[in-house]
Design a protein around this ligand. Structure first.
Ligand SMILES: Cc1ncc(C[n+]2csc(CCOP(=O)(O)OP(=O)(O)O)c2C)c(N)n1
Ligand SMILES: [Mg+2]
Length: 796
């Protein structure tokens, strides 16, 4: 114990019997946690412990487990006593043995996995399966009943907890935060969730900062602060800290029970004041600071070195148990110190004293349906797209801002979910910048802090969430979706990379839950990436990075989808699809700047359903023979350049049979065996040909298209143009020129690659090169794009 932690004064709340029962539950959970790490036989120690009872590979994390077990035991008590609906987010998710132990004790484990019975036989299975081939993961994984949070990658516990509490007014979300996890950037930012939590419409989050003093190999920053400094820090975050510390179990049990009673009473009072008394001030929500030793109740010393209460307790405190008789004896003494013969009856079932604190049915932390959110998910009411679609009399003649029109659709969704409150829009301060601001007509921006007359659209009960932390946005939305609701994350394309690692974890979760029959499907995590690479007019190079798509497409094909709608109506069709989908991560890349309308709503729907198709009106490929060249495009700006190039070719080289193909759903390019949306070879070959030159204008880094299509017959003839990291603050057309994605360059590419054109079309090629030179001089003289570019429309 660090010197800065005097034992908490002990209130006289618990009876001696309650204390004994809580301690029995805690000891049982500790026994079961240690048993999972070490034992593959002799689970109740009815025989002397021998090397063959020990697992050959000792895996798992003991250090955090006694603390998690203490929290679970006491949450059981307070949930049962006060009939609460609660879930817990276990930040130190590496303490899987603890959460599994508690689920087994309360019976939710056996209900979920009937083979693992709540008796000696089931205990043997529980032990053996842990971190064992064919068994269960070492962390609080998707397989763990009651869990919405894996905890493998640290930092996201508190934002997940807030996401779960939003629009769940009857739910208490406890959240254990490791003192190491508390050092991460995402966790540090997520303390501010309390400035967004509405005590009227949202549930409560109870952070439990677990100061066991250490990470893997180091002390933690917060555990070494003097207690008054830590207290001031948490007060600065807007919390009322309740401190519990000690290493004498009886004293800590009493203090923890009292702290949880106080916390729940404060929460109830805050909610009552807001819900019944109309209070609108920002409340100071309670937070518990729990200071107990790492590896508490485990071996005090191993091989002469201190372990309990130090970083050495992090994983497996005794690691040579099979080979070293001293370690074996120490393990046996340690396990017997919990007195398993008092905790489990002759059949190996937990005694009634152990189970006295455990709540019933769906009140159990491992059985609360909010932690299997798909069970509670309702269809999102989506309005008919006809109400928002733009009229397209002729392609390429009218302009709309796609995301602005999408904002009108989202406003309707917000309005239609006003009573049921199960849709949220999150973003890092960019909702208006991304032109989705029409949503504010239907709901405000969540905000519980002070307001000034200059502020716009802030509201206590708003369902748009804006905080300048992409991590927090992502964490909130994940927590919200995992508990059975819907949402959308709108983000600048370049900065969504900040959550690369978080989205990995969410995709892993989805991939795993898809194989777990009792996990009901949840709404997809939908990204709208806008303010994209080609139109960073205000910002330039720092804001130009289309690589998130590359990142996501590396991940489980069953869970990831990428859409590049080329205009307003296709964006509406894609949005409608992704908002209805389940268990996916959908990345939608669409511009906010005025963009040509190419397709009417009906055509847009059909085109998006296909995912890729020929735009006959744009090409000169009349079907009488194979095309001479294919001009392909994916993304709004590349589509415009390809259509303009097709127009130039139609006039300059009228005999050339040009096929124009647009790709909305990028995974269509993948082989059918590699992605559920992948195109069979026959279809791909028919669309792109097997041997004609394909000039492909792509929104992002060109290598991605090669990666997706490398197995296709036409691949040797595939030439991809895209973003080559040549960015700056310049005109829109100069961006494409700099990256060789402009219409003139595309025409040159066609001439260079189509057999027989090099000589015949040399003059056309020269005119194109001259146009690029003219462009170079013009923008430097005038600061705007060439008039023939700025005023371009499709004339067919
Ligand atoms: C983002 C991230 N970085 C590093 C790790 C590796 N890691 C696993 S556990 C751990 C220490 C965690 O310490 P703490 O949060 O205090 O948990 P506890 O002491 O309860 O085990 C670290 C660094 C990780 N899981 N996630
Ligand atoms: Mg720690």
């Amino acid at each position: 114990m660090p010197a800065t932690s005097p034992p908490t004064p002990v209130p006289a709340g618990l009876s001696d019997r309650e204390l004994q029962e809580l301690d029995a539950h805690w000891r049982a959970a500790d026994y079961l946690a240690a048993g999972q790490i070490y034992l593959m036989a002799n689970p109740l120690l009815r025989e002397p412990l021998r090397p063959e009872h020990i697992k050959p590979r000792l895996l798992g994390h003991w250090g955090t487990s006694p603390g998690l077990n203490l929290v679970h035991t006491h949450l059981n008590r307070v949930v049962k006593l006060r009939d609460l609906s609660a879930i817990c987010v276990w930040g130190p998710g590496h303490g899987g043995p603890a959460v599994l132990a508690n689920s087994w004790l309360e019976g939710s484990y056996t209900e979920t996995y009937p083979g693992v019975t709540r008796d000696a036989e089931g205990m043997a299975k529980l032990f053996k399966q842990f971190s064992f081939p064919g068994g269960v993961p070492s962390h609080v994984a998707p397989e763990t009943p009651g869990s919405i949070h894996e905890g493998g990658e640290l930092g996201y516990a508190l934002s997940h907890a807030y996401g779960a509490a939003l629009d769940n007014p009857g739910l208490l979300v406890a959240c254990v935060i490791g003192d190491g996890e508390a050092e991460t950037g995402p966790l540090a930012a997520s303390w501010h969730g309390n400035k967004f939590l509405d005590p009227v419409h949202d549930g409560a989050v109870l952070p439990i900062l677990h100061l066991n003093g250490y990470k893997i190999a180091n002390p933690t920053v917060l555990a070494r602060l003097p207690e008054d400094e830590l207290d001031a820090l948490l007060r600065g975050y807007g919390h009322e800290p309740l401190h519990v510390s000690g290493h004498d179990p009886s004293q800590v049990h009493r203090a923890m029970a009292a702290a949880l009673d106080t916390a729940v009473e404060r929460i109830t009072a805050i909610q009552r004041a807001a819900r019944e008394g109309g209070a609108t001030g920002r409340p100071a929500w309670p937070a518990i600071v729990l200071r107990t030793p790492k590896g508490w109740t485990g071996p005090a010393q191993v091989d002469g070195l201190p372990v309990e209460g130090t970083w050495r307790a992090h994983q497996v405190p005794l690691d040579r148990v099979r080979d070293d008789p001293t370690h074996l004896a120490q393990l046996e003494a340690w396990l017997r110190s919990y007195r398993p013969e008092e905790l489990f009856d002759e059949h190996g079932r937990p005694t009634s004293a152990v189970l006295a604190c455990v709540p019933e049915g769906r009140r159990r932390l491992g059985a609360n349906p909010h932690a299997n959110g798909g069970l509670l998910l309702r269809e999102l009411p989506l309005p008919p797209l006809e109400r928002f679609a733009v009229t397209v009399d002729k392609p390429g003649t009218s302009l709309h801002e796609p995301t602005r029109v999408l904002g009108q659709l989202l406003a309707q969704v917000m309005a239609d979910t006003a009573a049921r409150r199960d849709f949220r829009l999150v973003g890092p301060d960019e909702t208006a910048s991304n032109r989705l601001q029409d949503v504010y007509a239907a709901t405000g921006k969540a905000w519980q802090a002070a307001t000034l007359p200059v502020d716009e659209h802030l509201a206590h009960d708003g369902r748009v969430m804006e905080i300048l932390s992409e991590h927090t946005c992502q964490g909130w939305l994940e927590g919200y979706l995992l508990t059975g609701r819907h949402g959308l994350f709108s983000c600048y394309e370049a900065f969504v990379h900040i959550v690369d690692s978080m989205v990995n974890q969410h995709i892993k979760w989805l991939r795993t839950t898809r194989r777990i029959p009792w996990r009901a499907p949840i709404a997809s995590l939908n990204y709208l990436l806008t303010s994209h690479v080609w139109r960073q007019d205000h910002n330039g190079f720092s804001h130009q990075d289309p690589g998130f798509v590359d990142h996501v497409l590396n991940k489980s094909p069953e869970a990831v989808r990428v859409y590049l709608p080329p205009d307003t109506n296709t964006l509406l069709a894609v949005a409608d699809h992704v908002l209805r989908s389940r268990d996916h991560v959908n990345v939608v890349v669409a511009g906010k700047q005025p963009c040509f309308d190419w397709l009417g709503l009906d055509e847009a729907r059909v085109h998006c359903a296909r995912g890729a198709g020929i735009w006959e009106w744009a090409g000169t490929d009349d079907g009488s023979r194979e095309p001479d060249v294919v001009l392909a495009c994916a993304g709004d700006v590349p589509t415009q350049e390809v259509i303009a190039a097709a127009g130039l070719l139609r006039r300059q080289l009228p005999d050339l049979a040009v096929r124009v193909v647009n790709v909305v759903d990028l995974a269509r390019l993948m082989p059918a065996e590699e992605h559920p949306h992948g195109m069979p070879d026959a279809e791909f070959d028919a669309l792109f040909t097997r041997d004609r030159p394909v000039v492909f204008a792509y929104h992002g880094y060109p290598w991605l298209i090669h990666r997706l299509a490398y197995r296709r017959a036409v691949h040797p003839h595939l030439h991809v143009r895209g973003y080559k990291e040549s960015g700056t603050t310049t005109t829109p057309f100069d961006m494409v020129v700099r990256n060789d994605l402009d219409r003139y360059r595309l025409v040159m590419d066609v001439i260079d690659r189509t057999p027989g054109l090099a000589v015949r079309a040399a003059a056309v090629r020269q005119r194109m090169a001259d146009q690029r030179a003219r462009h170079h001089d013009w923008i430097r003289a005038h600061g705007t794009d060439l008039p023939e570019v700025e005023d371009w429309t499709w004339t067919g």
